[in-house]
Each structure stands twice: as C-alpha cells, then as structure tokens.
Design a binder for this molecule. Structure first.
Ligand SMILES: [Zn+2]
Length: 202
C-alpha cells in the first residue's frame, strides 16, 4: 500500500511538471490555454487557441480578405506587450513573439506577411483544386485548426513582478475563457481568466 502511494505521488509530480509542455488540449471554441513561466528575469508565455477565437475561419486562407484577416491578427499578436501587460514596476521589455498554425505559411504570420505572395499563389492553385474535389457546396469543411503564440519578456526588476493583465478578450471577442498554468517563483498555480476577470496575480 505504501509503495502504491509513493508511486502515485511520483506520477502526480510528473503530471504537474509535464503540464507546461502542453499535452494536446481539447479544441473548444471560446476557450484557450496558456502557460506562463517566470524564471529569473525571463517571462515566457505560450498560448494555444482554436483559430476560431481570433479569426473567422479555421482553414488555409484563400481569398484576399481572409489573408488580410490573418495578417491583421498576426500584427495584433506581435504587439504582445499590449495584450500581456506585466507589472509596470518590473520594467519588462518584449523580446520575442512567434506565431504558428498548421494551416498557415510562416511568412503569412511573420511581420507584415511580406515575402509571402509567391508561396501563397502556388498554394492557392493547389487549394482551389482540392476545394473542387470536395464539392462546390461552399462549406469549408476542412476540420478545426489552431494557433500557437509564444511570447517572451525580459524584466529589469523581476522581484517586482507579481501580475499580468491579459487583454486578449477585448481584442478577440470570440475568446471567452482561458485556462492558465503558471510556473512562478515559489511554485505552480492554475487560474482561469474571463473578460470580467482578466488579471493573473501571484
Ligand atoms: Zn474549430
């Protein structure tokens, strides 16, 4: 019995430690998952969300309007310091933002979507054919796709860092809830954010 209990404690430890690495999270529209890690001067954020929370479709953008929607969303995400607002006294500076989605070319998610035109054109031709094969119902039944956003900050006074306001709900009204796992100095913490309660404190 004692051995069994030890086994469970060890297993429990792995589950907790494994959490920030993100197991395959359920794809639920309106819900996003976020991991926040604070270590020394560094703050790292990883956001995993269905695309439907941040744009109006979940497939490879085909029309100019869809491509523009993706570029606009990417531009907003790149200004991550206005979406993730850390304690002002901590003097944190945004270092890096990276976006990734299984249905988008990297060039489309990088700053300005520049250099994307030729690739996008080639894809468009392929995509067109595929769409025809699937019938001309106009219904884009290409399954569900997500977006991963990684953000890092460096803070001059990390000892003064104790809160983060998450302003994503205001910018993306289809996002209703976020499940958050935090690894902060002194331990781990889970939290749930909503438009009414959008600040993490530790
Ligand atoms: Zn979906």
């Amino acid at each position: 019995m004692k051995i069994l209990r030890i086994f469970f404690i060890v297993l429990g430890g792995f589950v907790v430690l494994g959490a920030p690495a993100f197991a395959r999270e359920a794809h639920v529209h309106g819900l996003a998952h976020m991991n926040v890690g604070v270590e020394g001067e560094k703050v790292e954020i990883k956001l995993v969300s269905p695309l439907a929370n941040v744009i109006s479709f979940e497939y490879r953008p085909e029309t100019d309007a869809q491509k523009k929607e993706v570029r606009n969303m990417a531009a907003v995400m790149r200004k991550a310091d206005s979406l993730f607002v850390l304690s002002a006294e901590a003097g944190c500076r945004l270092k890096e933002v990276s976006l990734e989605s299984g249905v988008m070319d990297d060039c489309m998610l990088s700053s300005g979507g520049a250099g994307c035109a030729e690739i996008a054109h080639a894809r468009h031709e392929g995509g067109k054919r595929e769409a025809h094969e699937h019938g001309a119902s106009g219904d884009h039944d290409h399954g569900h796709a997500g977006l991963e956003v990684e953000v890092s900050f460096m803070c001059r006074h990390p000892e003064k860092l104790n809160s983060m306001k998450v302003d994503l709900f205001r910018v993306f009204p289809n996002l209703h809830e976020m499940e958050v796992q935090m690894v902060i100095p002194g331990g781990q913490k889970a939290a749930e954010l909503t438009p009414e309660s959008n600040t993490l404190r530790w």
